[in-house]
Design a protein around this ligand. Structure first.
Ligand SMILES: *Cc1c(COP(=O)(O)O)cnc(C)c1O
Length: 362
């Protein structure tokens, strides 16, 4: 039977995730694959988060706290904002969906710098709005002038990812300040900071500092990357109260589950684990970039936990060859970079296996 779906829904490209390790074992019989494809935490989750989840599991007969009282309280305290400025999401992806539901109508425009996270485009299409893509600068940083030029009377949302997935580039505070002075007040600016915990440059933009700016700024963060809880699905947005009020109208009741709230709270308080994660990632990135340059490849500077690598040939081919050797990375062909792969920092032995396999292939 033919299903009549609206054209804007048919425009959505289904999300392509990194290949799960189990799939490699199933398809190629490889027993101990290395996954450096989804920017996950190589150390695993914080043991304190695992313990808290175990305790919380005893209460699974109960609905979770819809207001996320404890977790939002701890976030507000640490980020120096009010509780009313924070909304939890079932992953930060959930907040992107809420923005789409609450703010977009058919005919609206959503400005997205190209080669970015595909869910921004999905958010536009799912509401019948039009994604407007702007070019990156030659060095693959986000060109904020091009974003300003793309703004029209119909622009409702702008998505900026910093540090940027998949390039690793970032927006500076001063560049953002100059930029927002040119953005009309009816536009909502989304600053996706999924990788902010890895940034080392003191000039790196932190969107939360702009919560009182003349145009609306919402900052998205997640427990999926630095906090090692990708499988748990929890993230949050920090925004002015009037935007929080709108998002709360479309937020699904109990959108973050009981285990996720408990695990995220324990992970947030585990400062030592976060420090160890950062140190591991920065050591891994230093090793990877040195080794990649040594084998003659171009790497892009990064403030995230991954590196964009120009492999000088079909990224899909290199990706498939690596797969057969038990190493999972991401081909960036689906992001519009046909000759680039993205690899995240893993444990030393994982990084070494990747470099060994790649050297063999090239
Ligand atoms: C990983 C990632 C997220 C986080 O998604 P979750 O839904 O919180 O797991 C958000 N934005 C970007 C750009 C990412 O790479």
């Amino acid at each position: 039977m033919k299903i009549n779906a609206p054209d804007h829904i048919l425009s959505i490209k289904p999300y392509i995730p990194g290949k799960p390790m189990e799939a490699l074992t199933r398809e190629y019989g490889i027993e101990n694959p290395v996954k450096l494809a989804s920017n996950e935490n190589p150390l695993g989750p914080s043991p304190k988060a695992v313990a808290a989840i175990g305790m919380a599991a005893r209460n699974l007969n109960r609905y979770p706290d819809d207001q996320g009282y404890e977790l939002i309280g701890e976030l507000a305290k640490r980020l120096h904002v009010e509780r009313a400025n924070v909304i939890l999401g079932n992953g930060s992806d959930d907040l992107i969906g809420m923005l789409s539901l609450a703010l977009l109508q058919p005919g609206d425009e959503v400005v997205i710098p190209e080669h970015s996270f595909s869910l921004y485009e999905t958010a536009a299409y799912s509401a019948g709005a039009d994604p407007i893509f702007t070019p990156l600068s030659g060095d693959l940083t986000i060109d904020l002038d091009a974003v300003v030029q793309a703004i029209t009377r119909r622009t409702r949302l702008i998505f900026l990812c910093t540090p940027h997935n998949p390039t690793g580039a970032y927006i500076t505070k001063s560049a953002f300040e100059a930029f927002i002075s040119k953005v009309p007040p009816q536009v909502v600016l989304v600053v996706d900071e999924a990788y902010i915990e890895f940034a080392t440059d003191a000039n790196c933009l932190q969107g939360i500092a702009f919560i009182n700016a003349p145009c609306t700024v919402i900052t998205l963060r997640t427990f999926s990357k630095a906090y090692g809880l990708a499988g748990l699905r929890i993230g949050y947005g920090v925004m002015p109260e009037n935007l929080a009020d709108l998002l709360n109208r479309v937020r699904q009741p109990f959108n973050t589950n009981l285990l996720a709230q408990a695990g995220a709270l324990a992970a947030l308080k585990d400062d030592a684990f976060l420090e160890e994660t950062r140190a591991t990632v920065h050591r891994g990135l230093a090793y990877l970039s040195k080794a990649l340059i040594r084998i003659g490849l171009t790497v892009y500077p990064t403030q995230a936990n991954f590196i964009l690598v120009d492999v000088g040939q079909s990224a899909d081919t290199v990706f498939n060859c690596l797969l057969k050797q038990g190493v999972i990375v991401r081909s960036m062909a689906s992001y519009g970079f046909n000759r680039c792969i993205r690899v995240n920092a893993g444990l030393s032995e994982e990084n070494e296996r990747f470099i060994e396999a790649l050297t063999g292939i090239l």
